[in-house]
Design a protein around this ligand. Sequence first.
Ligand code: HAM
Length: 421
Amino acid sequence: MSQAKLQAPRGTQDVLPEQATARAGLEATARSILEGAGYARIETPTFEATELFSRGVGASTDIVQKEMYTFTDAGGRSLTLRPEGTAPVCRAYAEHGMHKLPQPVKLWYLSSFFRYERAQAGRFRQFWQVGAEAIGSDDPAVDAESIVLLHTILEELGVQGLQLRIGSLGGAAARTAYRERLQAHLRTHEGQLSPEVAARIDLNPLRAFDSDDAGTQSVMVGAPRLLDELAPQDAEHFAQVRALLDAADVAHVVDPTLVRGLDYYTRTLFEFTSDALGAQSAVAGGGRYDGLVEQLGGPATPGMGWAAGVERTLLAATPRPEPGPVVDLFVAFEGSAWLEVAFTLVNHARRAGKHAQMELAGRSLKGQLKQADRVGARFVAVLREDHSVLRDRESGDETPVRGDADAIVAAVQRGMSQGAL
Ligand code: HAM
């Protein structure tokens, strides 16, 4: 009986070999720019205690309320596949006593994350992010440097139609006072709000700025703006971040309505969008989270960071022609008596640093030569009873190779080095 063909779960996708080169390019670009600026790679576990995200990301957020892959393990613990990377990195910072290192501690990651979201173009249930966190300094230069590095990475990858929106949420006290004023405004106009926004006035009033409901939007036009109410030191911090972005020629638009789906942000907040993407136009986002480490049980520590979606970045980037892999030698052979010589030859060539492949699928000699063409091998060694040869596919020259296995290996190596390999 034939079995039903299985598919990858909805919202997930395979990264196929043809996409691997572009991903490797993204990783190399991020690594070189971030490590050049003093960031070191960190990887945290794929799953964490559920409490890390309910405490860190915020119990009222969509992520925690609706989108987490949470399960109980055989030991009865509640665990969650990480929906984001900032809370885990801050957990690791506190757990490993990184506050004792010179500050700020700069960490970057490239990992996969999990959110039960409505799957659509550019939005997945398992997706990848490259992220960077600078923990331990509240200097506005940290904010600006972090944003400029992200901008450099996105530009270098050729992300089209980039726009940077930036805002500030101020400190915790200003935010609490503002929240109350905003709640009062929303309550006054409760009848015009979408039911979803109205239901969350107490829990998460800021999200009303993000609503695509027309009634809610008209209420928000007249809503008080946090940016107008920043405490002097927060306004000064924001002005300095902007001045440093200007000094680095990074164009940005101040957006007083910018909100993000995570509760840990304080002060600076930003998002990069690309007009090469559809509805899911956010390529990257981030901000400052000065209370997060403490909220997770560590010492009071400021922090700043961002994450860029790998799939979205690649979708928005200009594809670059990538050179295919180089194959120096393909070993073809006729008759099983030659298998061992072919195997030895390929291993020798690899040990000598050459990229070598051999026949592995029992093709006819003709089929093997076609395969050597397909992989673009520079040399083909043809091993057979009457006359074994080494063919230079570039010049068309053929050199006979004779003798026992060792002699053949030596002759092929000599022939390849004479052919400038
Ligand atoms: P986020 O805005 O939730 O921030 O995600 C950052 C980026 O990840 C988004 O701009 C988007 O490109 C990508 N992304 C998010 N969800 C999906 C999805 N379902 N499918 C595909 N791509 C997605 C954070 O995660 C914060 N941890 C960023 C941060 C770091 N803030 C401070 N430090």
